[in-house]
Design a protein around this ligand. Structure first.
Ligand SMILES: [Fe+2]
Length: 258
């Protein structure tokens, strides 16, 4: 083993990878009951950050299953993820936090928030696991996705849940107030996405009887999209025609400080 074989950096070199453009463009969007932020032209050197992140190892569940092995991955996210300590992104995460606060996407205090960083990678030919092309809500409060490739027609799609009578609900919180007569019907249909259905071909999902799509936010290179995790959403990705889709996620989780 030789010291020069390690990938070592100075603090300045690491900061350089995540430096943001001062002339980034921030836009707050309101659309049918939801709001989200879209920041274009975000980083100064997105290609450099992508090259750096690529070096982190990952288990690809696609490969695990193909090899006949079992996986410990609990995530329902498609493709594969790299779990990278927030240590590398503290300035970037703070910047994302500040933008979100300025545009009132969240009201967290910085000292009451925990950041979780990971990447998402969807790629041509990947499979679906437990129907993970279906809409979901996140376990954390606020999601930010920074796109590090030009991912064709890929997007984050937003869905509302539709009951038999035609009423629609945009987030899990609203389901608390659903009339009793509609509850059973909805639950029976809602639960199909939690079944252990295993491995299947990837589906370019655009909605069905239960999930009605109402908005797409394009996955554009060097653009940051920020939205609340309790809104149903999914990765819109065509595994036959779209190129590799690589993004860095900053998840914000509110924690108690007492
Ligand atoms: Fe999500």
């Amino acid at each position: 083993m030789h010291i020069d074989d390690f990938h070592r950096y100075t603090a300045g070199e690491l900061a350089h990878l995540c430096e943001v453009n001062e002339d980034m463009e921030v836009n707050l969007h309101h659309h049918e009951g939801i709001k989200y932020l879209r920041v274009t032209h975000f980083l100064k050197r997105p290609e450099k950050l992508a090259e750096f992140l690529q070096m982190f190892p990952a288990e690809d569940r696609n490969k695990t299953i193909a090899a006949g092995e079992s996986t410990e991955i609990k995530s329902s996210a498609p493709g594969f993820q790299q779990y990278i300590k927030d240590f590398y992104f503290s300035d970037l995460n703070k910047k994302i936090f500040d933008i979100g606060k300025e545009y009132k996407i969240h009201r967290f205090k910085h000292e009451s928030v925990k950041f979780d960083n990971f990447t998402n990678c969807c790629y041509p030919g990947m499979k679906a696991y437990n129907q993970n092309y279906l809409p979901h809500t996140d376990s954390f409060g606020l999601a930010s996705n920074l796109y590090l490739t030009d991912a064709g027609n890929s997007a984050t799609s937003f869905y509302r849940v539709k009951t038999k009578s035609g009423k629609v609900y945009h987030n899990e919180f609203d389901l608390r107030y659903i009339p009793k007569e509609e509850q059973e019907d909805l639950l029976s249909r809602y639960q199909y996405n939690t079944k252990d259905s295993g491995w299947s071909d990837w589906v370019h999902f655009e909605g069905d009887d239960l999930y009605e799509k109402y908005h797409d936010i394009p996955s554009e290179f060097n653009t940051l999209n920020m939205y609340k995790g309790n809104i149903w959403h999914s990765i819109k990705y065509n595994a036959e025609t779209d190129p590799l889709r690589y993004s860095l996620v900053t998840a914000m989780i509110a924690v108690n400080t007492y």
